[in-house]
Design a protein around this ligand. Structure first.
Ligand code: SF4
Ligand code: ZN
Length: 539
């Protein structure tokens, strides 16, 4: 479907499954005939008309232009191919469902590979229902928002066990019966798979519609949200609803982008009031430059402005405190609510390494709880630490936690401070304070009695290859990379000069787990100084 998902690019995000009001929008979205446009400047009209598509002929022209553009320019994507070629309606709906869930919050380029592997592994609802959550999490690893995969599988199991393998056949039923299927996903599945004439609103559609009809109030506010759904239902092509919805989303992803919209290439430009507004502003500015009096009737639509908006009482217009910004052009729309800052958290995490069979390194992973953030995924033993905790206390707390989780006695002084890794989740700015510990070697840790800790989480030792294939988060992959980078850097001074090897080894940092307690307590700064010192000495 060619929709970019919000994340880093700042593109509007699709709603998460299950969010948004369940009811259909009001009759506001009906196609209505309006008087023909006149040559003279009309009086301002009511806000409902200003922000609506009220001309049946215009709606028809809009659909025709958009679909013609889509037929010419649409991207070739695997889920689009399946939606067209799959004759089995349940399989078709399932394939659309998978793509829609994966595309929430994730860019098309990232999803393509995941989607292909998923459909190869689980081509039917039955196949997905039979899979284990572990397998689902493993395939989903790296795609983010891990609960999506879990919910998708729960939905497949429900269809198989309670609905005799038959997907619900309308948007309303899809939303009602399937866990994790919200208003957007239901509309997308129903319109693309079954041809139900129902609109959809995701981040891209929101942006396009807000610009088309100058919706400048906070796009996530209830009046704007309902209005957008009303517009989407009114505009959707009755004969080709699936294509129309995909076309609108494609337009938002490829032409009507957040910061640099390609208005000159836009197939629906004649219907865009944000664009008219820009033209009007330019015309006024150039007249002023030429010393001419402002035109009494500048070019643009006959509906010039929202009457209620001019009075400051329209729930769809920009607030008076946020006037038109000429430097933004059409990007004055949509307005976003001030973004809530993600809360900051610190987590101490320990990469526990041992020498496995044939000397291959192995790492200890423990499983996260079955609910909450990153539910059921595997991670290095980790502990959320209170802000302001001193490094020594942090290290001691982590050592105690690792001991409790693994049943292995850990001396805090043996933890090697690797550094910090930052990973931003949707609502959490997480800093992982990374430590490592090599279990083999001098002074290896002594085991403690496991029966003293009966509530230990599931844990296992994995090789690096197993780790990469396991259901671990991207954050944990970053953590391991930081460890590898660190041990690579620590080795480098020793390779600087054979002639000076003796001198270099004198102060060379010890491998993880063999660091002197006083050095470890000083953290990465102390090691950085030591490495530099060693390096200079070697030189
Ligand atoms: Fe978006 Fe520009 Fe097209 Fe309007 S004319 S819909 S702002 S790309
Ligand atoms: Zn208004």
């Amino acid at each position: 479907m060619g929709r970019l998902r919000a994340a880093a690019a700042g593109i509007g995000r699709r709603p998460q499954p299950g969010t948004g009001p369940a009811k259909q929008s009001s009759g506001r979205c009906r196609e209505m005939a309006v008087p023909q446009r006149g040559a003279s400047c009309p009086a301002p009209v009511q806000p409902s008309a200003f922000h609506l598509f009220v001309d049946a002929a215009e709606i028809e022209a809009f659909r025709t232009s958009l679909l013609a553009w889509y037929d010419r320019c649409k991207r070739d994507l695997p889920w689009r191919r399946l939606a067209v070629s799959e004759p089995d309606v349940d399989k078709r709906a399932y394939s659309v469902w998978v793509s829609e869930v994966m595309l929430q919050q994730t860019q098309v380029a990232t999803v393509m590979d995941y989607y292909t592997r998923w459909m190869q592994k689980w081509p039917t609802l039955q196949a997905l229902a039979d899979a284990s959550l572990e397998e689902v999490n493993a395939l989903w690893a790296g795609l983010g928002y891990y609960s999506r995969g879990k919910r998708l599988q729960e939905g497949a199991r429900k269809v198989v066990s309670e609905l005799a393998g038959r997907m619900p056949r309308t948007a309303e039923e899809l939303q009602k019966l399937l866990p994790g299927v919200g208003r957007y996903t239901a509309g997308a599945i129903a319109s693309i798979s079954y041809g139900q004439a129902t609109g959809v609103v995701d981040g891209n559609v929101t942006r396009v519609l807000c610009r088309l009809r100058c919706l400048g109030a906070d796009a996530s506010s209830p009046p704007v949200t309902e209005h957008l759904w009303g517009l989407a239902h009114a505009l959707v092509d009755r004969a080709r609803p699936g294509d129309f919805n995909q076309a609108l989303m494609e337009l938002g992803a490829t032409v009507c982008s957040p910061k640099s919209p390609l208005c000159t290439e836009c197939p629906v430009r004649p219907h865009c009031w944000a664009q008219r507004r820009v033209e009007k502003e330019l015309e006024v500015a150039s007249r002023r430059l030429l010393g001419k009096a402002p035109s009494s009737c500048p070019p643009g639509p006959d509906i010039e402005e929202c009457a209620a908006g001019a009075l400051g009482s329209c729930p769809l217009c920009p607030p008076a405190s946020e006037p038109w910004d000429g430097s933004l052009g059409v990007a004055n729309f949509p307005r976003k609510a001030a973004k809530k800052q993600p809360r900051a958290e610190r987590t101490a995490t320990c990469v526990l390494e041992r020498s496995g069979r044939c000397g291959e390194p192995e790492f200890l992973l423990v499983q996260r709880p079955g609910s909450g953030l990153l539910a059921g995924l595997w991670e290095f033993p980790s502990l959320l630490v209170a802000p302001g905790l001193k490094e020594k206390q942090q290290r001691e707390a982590l050592a105690g936690h690792v001991q409790a989780q693994t049943g292995t006695a850990i001396a805090a002084g043996r933890l090697w401070h690797v550094g910090e890794v930052v990973h931003v989740f949707s609502h959490i700015h997480q800093t992982y304070v990374v430590y490592s510990l090599l279990l083999d070697g001098p002074g290896a840790v002594a085991p403690v009695k496991r029966e003293e800790e009966p509530e230990l989480p599931a844990s296992r030792w994995v090789t690096k290859a197993d780790f990469q294939a396991a259901a671990v988060s991207t954050a944990m992959k970053k953590v391991l990379k930081a460890c590898e980078r660190q041990s690579h850097e620590e080795k480098r001074p020793r390779m600087v000069s054979k002639r000076k090897r003796g001198a270099a080894l004198e102060d060379a940092p010890r491998p993880p787990g063999q660091v002197k307690a006083e050095t470890a307590a000083d953290g990465s700064l102390a090691r950085g100084q030591l490495s530099l010192h060693t390096f200079l000495k070697a030189k």
